[in-house]
Design a binder for this molecule. Sequence first.
Ligand code: MLT
Length: 407
Amino acid sequence: MIRINENFNKLKASYLFSDIANRVSEYIIKYPDKEIIKLGIGDVTRALPPACTKAFHSAVDEMSFDKSFRGYGPEQGYEFLRDKISEKDFQSRGINISPKEIFVSDGAKCDTGNIQEIFSGDIKIAIPDPVYPVYVDTNVMAGRTGKNQDGRYEGLIYLESTEQNGYVPDLPSESVDLIYLCFPNNPTGSTATKAQLLKWVGYARDHKALILFDAAYESFIRDDSLPRSIFEIEGADEVAIEFRSFSKSAGFTGTRCAFTVVPEKCRAFDSRGDVSYLHPLWLRRQSTKFNAVSYPVQRAAEAVYSDEGQKQVRELTDYYLKNASLIIEKMTGLGYSCTGGKDSPYIWIKGDRDSWKFFDLLLEKAGVVCTPGAGFGKCGENHIRISAFNSYENVQKALERIEKALQ
Ligand code: MLT
C-alpha cells in the first residue's frame, strides 16, 4: 500500500503566497473591472538590466551552433560565474570566500528549503517569528516538528522579533543546534548590526550550532556600517552557511539564479560528536539532485558583475528603495509605525486590527494587495507587509487609495 508522508498533513492547506493569490483571483472574478495593485509577494516588476539581457542573448546564440553549444554544466555552477561572485561579492570586500565554496542554484527559496536534508532529523531548530515560511514548512515536511498548536509547531524554538527588540531576535535561552536568520529581514525589513551578528556567531561557536543566514536582500543595504554578509564576522566561516540571490537585486525572479556559500571550514558533527564538514555533503546532495542552472542564465548573472551591470543593478535597487521611502512616508503620516524600507524592499507596518482583516480591507476598499503579517507567524499578527516592488506610479496610486480606504 502506497502511503503518504503524513508530515504534510501538519501543514496549513496551502502556502502563504498561494493563499493570497487565490484570494486575489476570487476578488478579480467578483470585480473584473477593478484594477488591482500588487504590493504583496516580493516579485520584481522592472526589466532585467540591459547588461544581463545582452549577455543572455549572446549565450542563447552560442547554444544555436554545434561548436559553441553546451549540454550539462557543472552542478556547482560554471567557474566563470563562481569566480566573479567570489571576487566581487567577497574578496573585494575583504571576505575570504573562494569560488570552490560557492554553489550556483536556481533560487534561495530552493536552497533554504533543501539545505535541511543534510542535517539529522532530531536536531533542535530555532526559527524567528515572524519568518519566511519556507524555513518552517520544509522542516515540518521532513518530520522535525510535532503538530501545529495555536499557530506554532511543537518542537521548534521560536525567536520572537517584536517592536521591543527592534525586530531583531534575542539569543535563545536554551541550547539549539540550527538557527535560521535573515537580514535584511523578510518580512520585517529590519537589519542586524555587526555587533548583533557577532553575538549569534559567538552563540553558534559556543553551542556547536550552525547558522543558516539568508542574505537574499543584501543588495538593498545602503548603510555602509551594516554587514552584507555573515562572513564579515570573524569565525563565521566555521559556523554559517549563507544564501544569496539575483532575484531581487537584478530582477531574476522569473529568470532564476542564486547561490549558496558553504565554506570549506564549515562544520557539523556526527552522532559520535566528531567533526564532519558540510561542504562535501552539500556537494553530494546537489550533484545527486540538481543539474545546474542553464548556461545562458549563468552568463546573464555573470553580467551583473560587469561595470555597467553593477551600475544598472544599483539603479534598479535604488528605484525600489525610492518606492519604499514613499510607502514609509505615507504610512507614517497616516499614523502607523513602520519598520524596514531603508535598507530593505519590505515595510513592516503595525496595524490596528487583525492582519487578515487589514489585508481584506486594503483589497476590498483600495484594490491593493499586501501580505498579512500573521502568514509569517504569530508575532506577525496585527501587522502587514507592504513590498516596494512595483512601479513608482503604481505605488503612488496604491498609497492614495490606501489613504482613502483608511479614512
Ligand atoms: C516574499 O514575498 O516573501 C518573497 O518573494 C518570497 C520569495 O522570494 O520566495
